[in-house]
Design a protein around this ligand. Structure first.
Ligand code: MIG
Length: 835
């Protein structure tokens, strides 16, 4: 690799050499450094620097967010982003200082120093502690249409995020010599630990150093790449093969702050419907109708809870989107309605490749509306995808240009008939976009896209094609049924796509390493703004052993999206497909999911308002404990549950790390001190979970689907602390009325000493009222049985466990817990347990 840099002085020859060694493997790159800048000009909330290579602006978006935008050449593109949501103007404007040698952008939280010759940027906190700096030797540089920046990477920094990526959680990958990642959405059937890129692109990462964090989001949709200390241990570089180097520096100081701010910039997951958090069953494909009904009946007859059945491409007529195969599915309305009566919802797949076939509605209307992607010569691009593999009358497809707003509107409205049938959600696949029979697996790069009225080629739209498809779908569903919460699942997406769809990481293999790999991958997605994620339970490619399926299902209890799915031609992969011993264990795992649904819903609701993911890496809650920084096989669900699923074949025990503090075995209630690695014995049915001291868990009895939840007793499990609280969120689970305050948010607080524990329930915020039910407080208790239990000033009777079921208000003892039962009046009250 040869490198030439446009610099004047001979003294910099050494730097050229350094850059030669550290530049990414872009063949024959001729890097032109950003060069020197004159004194900047002030423009609104930004300082603007001009060099021979381009224009750089540094602006304060918020006290903790600074945007750096380098436009190579003299042209500054229009300020347009598919990802960043419109920001309220910063309340506290930044201060700007310009000098001869350096200038500053100063916010209440950050001090940004821009050195002029050569142009280099450094970020520090308000006290001047360095957070991030351009590498002194290599700052920003361009070659051809590529623009890139090199930053210092310190020994004690860890790097996380990048969305849907393979490999370890810590992308520093110490033992592997640092990761390099490419952002280019790709259909990667049977990918493995070393595959990159895969389906989704999220050019965002988070750096953690001694408990303090910042993040960087590169707002550029072209193919981009990131080198995390791989080429040179002390350098982190990133850049894109077109467009601007437009990035946001996001300060913490905690990693949670970074994720919260990143998602304030790029948007948050909308609150999912409750049913979408239930257990879901899919395969490629369930057909015909009778097979779908058979699956539904098996769930109900075997008392294995489930909420959703999925229809993959075989429900379609010759794989044409928005059709039904008339032989396999002669009565879709009857099917969907019948399943609905059994408490099931149906999600159908829709791919972005209508068949080119005059007389087929979506083709005709798409053609008339000018909705399809075009070749450079203006003709419509055609290529083979699923409709070209149809048994009858196969033919090529055309592709909607989702970067055009009218096209998104048209595509969205095509969902009306599906919604009319009662279909509950839409599954968007193949939207990288995938194209058959080409070496690249996708569209040619020179195809034309509207790009919201500023036409461009596929290089710029490729990475957002899938996200814009989900936007079309989501907005279409919203328009069709304004009072229902849309549910969309997608394979391809881009930063910000969390606003429209849940994500599953495609076609993983049914093996143990893929099971394990799903943990850091989903954790990375969560850190990168996507909390609604889940891998195919059991794996997609191939057939899991009975043991692997069970272990995957147990982990799947804590996937925000809990869905079994498998490829065409694989053996049956239902919870009952592996014999009765496994069926019982599988049932129990799914039952646990339903018992925890009030909790899971609460944590997902929090994710929708804060951006903090439910399924999260340990370090997010324990950033100051270095022992949490590279845990790939355990995670937190919300801030109360530590989950260490069994992910190794034939395991007889499981090692896990409990951070400092008090922990309680979820299954036995036994107390366990933290700050240590422990080893717990396991059997096939074990799913090790530890609850943080002071936590409130919200549970219910097992139900067969979410439709059975109203009226179930609410179980609030109180794990000890001298003073702690927890908040339960509830609403109707379905409509948009939560936006108008039709919610019930209730805070529970315990105060405990050696003699007593009192639990105070605050009045509910919001006007939602759950159906009449009882409220059971399960108060962790050890030693002598309580002397008395009071609700308000009323003494409650002691009952046996069986008596308790019949009584409206009483208490009993069950293992490590005192259970206090009363009607749930949704009003303020205090329960007191006295020794
Ligand atoms: O070319 O719809 O990842 O989940 O079952 C394969 C059939 C297309 C890929 C998806 C997979 C789905 C399959 N699809």
């Amino acid at each position: 690799m040869r490198l030439v840099r446009l610099i004047g002085s001979r003294r910099r020859l050494m730097l050229i050499l350094a850059l030669t060694l550290s530049a990414p493997a872009t063949a024959e790159a001729q890097w032109a450094s950003v060069g020197d800048a004159a004194r900047p000009a002030r423009s609104g909330n930004a300082l603007v620097f001009r060099t021979a290579q381009g224009v750089l602006s540094v602006s304060a978006i918020a006290p903790e967010i600074v945007r750096v935008r380098f436009s190579p050449g003299t042209r500054v593109d229009r300020d347009h982003s598919y990802t960043v949501v419109p920001q309220a103007p910063a309340l506290q404007p930044a201060r700007f200082e310009t000098g001869a040698r350096e200038s500053h952008v100063i916010t209440p939280a950050l001090r940004v120093t821009i050195r002029h010759r050569p142009l280099r940027i450094a970020f520090a906190d308000a006290n001047g502690n360095s957070l991030d700096e351009d590498d002194p030797a290599n700052g920003i540089a361009t070659t051809g249409r590529t623009v890139r920046v090199w930053k210092r990477l310190r020994d004690d920094e860890r790097v996380y995020g990048f969305g849907e990526k393979t490999g370890r959680l810590d992308k520093r990958g110490w033992k592997l010599g640092g990761y390099t990642y490419v952002m280019w959405n790709s259909d990667t059937f049977a990918y493995d630990a070393s595959s990159d890129p895969i389906y989704a692109s999220v050019p965002f990462f988070l750096v953690l150093r001694g408990g303090t964090a910042h993040g960087i989001f590169l707002d550029n949709t072209f193919r981009s790449s990131f080198d995390i200390g791989h080429t040179s241990e002390g350098l982190l570089s990133f850049g894109a093969e077109g467009g601007e180097l437009d990035y946001y520096f996001i300060y913490g100081p905690s990693p949670r702050d970074v994720v919260a701010r990143y998602t304030s910039l790029t948007g948050r997951m909308p609150l999912p419907p409750l049913w979408a958090l239930g257990n879901q069953q899919s395969r490629w494909s369930y057909f015909p109708e009778s097979r779908v009904r058979f699956i539904a009946e098996n769930f109900r007859q075997r008392s294995i809870p489930a909420d959703v059945l999925w229809l993959d491409i075989h429900y379609l007529d010759q794989y044409k989107p928005f059709t039904w195969d008339p032989d396999r599915f002669p009565d879709p309305a009857g099917l969907v309605g019948g399943l609905r009566n059994q408490g099931f919802r149906v999600v159908t797949i829709i791919d972005p490749h209508p068949k080119k076939e005059p007389g087929y509605g979506p083709y005709d209307s798409g053609l008339a509306g000018g909705h399809f992607v075009r070749n450079p010569d203006g003709s419509i691009y055609e290529a083979p995808v699923w409709p070209s593999s149809a048994p009858e009358n196969p033919g090529p497809s055309v592709f909607p240009d989702f970067s055009r707003s009218a096209t998104r509107g048209w595509w969205g409205s095509l969902h009306q008939p599906l919604m009319d049938l009662g279909v509950a959600g839409i599954w968007n696949d193949m939207n990288e976009p995938a194209v058959f029979a080409t070496p690249t697996g996708t569209m040619p790069l020179n195809l034309r896209h509207d790009n919201e009225g500023q036409p461009t080629d596929h290089r710029e739209i490729h990475n957002v094609y899938g996200m814009l498809m989900t936007r079309a779908t989501y907005e279409g569903l919203q328009r069709i049924a304004p009072d229902a919460r849309p549910f969309v699942l997608t394979r391809a997406t881009f930063a910000g796509g969390q606003r429209y769809a849940a994500v599953w990481p495609g076609d993983a293999t049914s093996d143990w390493s893929s099971l394990r790999a799903s943990i850091p991958m989903l954790a990375g997605l969560g850190l990168s703004g996507f909390p609604f994620v889940g891998a195919d339970i059991g794996g997609f490619v191939g057939a899991p052993s009975a043991e692997l399926y069970t272990r995957w299902l147990q982990l799947g209890v804590f996937y925000p999206l809990m869905r079994t799915h498998t490829a065409f031609g694989t053996p049956d992969q239902e919870p009952w497909s592996y014999g009765s011993r496994h069926e019982a264990v599988n049932r129990r795992a799914i039952e646990l999911r339903y018992e925890l649904l009030p909790h899971i819903y609460t944590v997902m609701q929090q994710a929708s308002t804060t951006g903090i993911p439910a399924f999260r890496p340990m370090f997010l809650d324990f950033p100051h404990d270095p022992r949490t920084h590279e845990l790939d096989e355990q995670f937190m669900f919300g801030d109360s549950l530590l989950v260490a699923p069994v992910v190794r074949e034939a395991a007889t025990d499981r090692e896990l790390y409990l951070p400092e503090g008090e922990w309680y075995d979820f299954w036995t209630g036994e107390r366990q001190g933290g700050g240590a690695t422990i080893r717990v014995p396991v059997t096939l049915s074990s799913l090790p979970i530890f609850v943080r001291g002071g936590a409130f868990l919200f549970r219910q009895p097992v139900v067969q689907h979410t439709g059975e939840m109203p009226g179930q007793p609410l179980r609030v499990v109180v794990y000890p602390a001298s003073d702690s609280s927890g908040t339960l969120y509830e609403d109707d689970g379905r409509t948009m009325q939560y936006r108008e305050g039709n919610v019930a948010r209730r805070r529970f607080r315990q105060q405990r000493d050696d003699a007593s524990c009192s639990v105070r329930v605050d009045p509910s915020e919001g006007r939602y009222r759950p159906a009449a039910r009882s409220l059971e407080l399960h108060v962790w208790w050890t030693g002598r049985e309580p002397a008395r239990v009071l609700a308000g000033d009323q003494l409650l009777p002691r009952a046996s466990k069986t008596e308790l079921e019949k009584l409206a208000a009483a208490w009993t003892v069950d293992g490590s817990f005192v259970i206090v039962k009363q009607p749930d009046r949704i009003e303020a009250m205090t329960v007191r347990v006295e020794r």
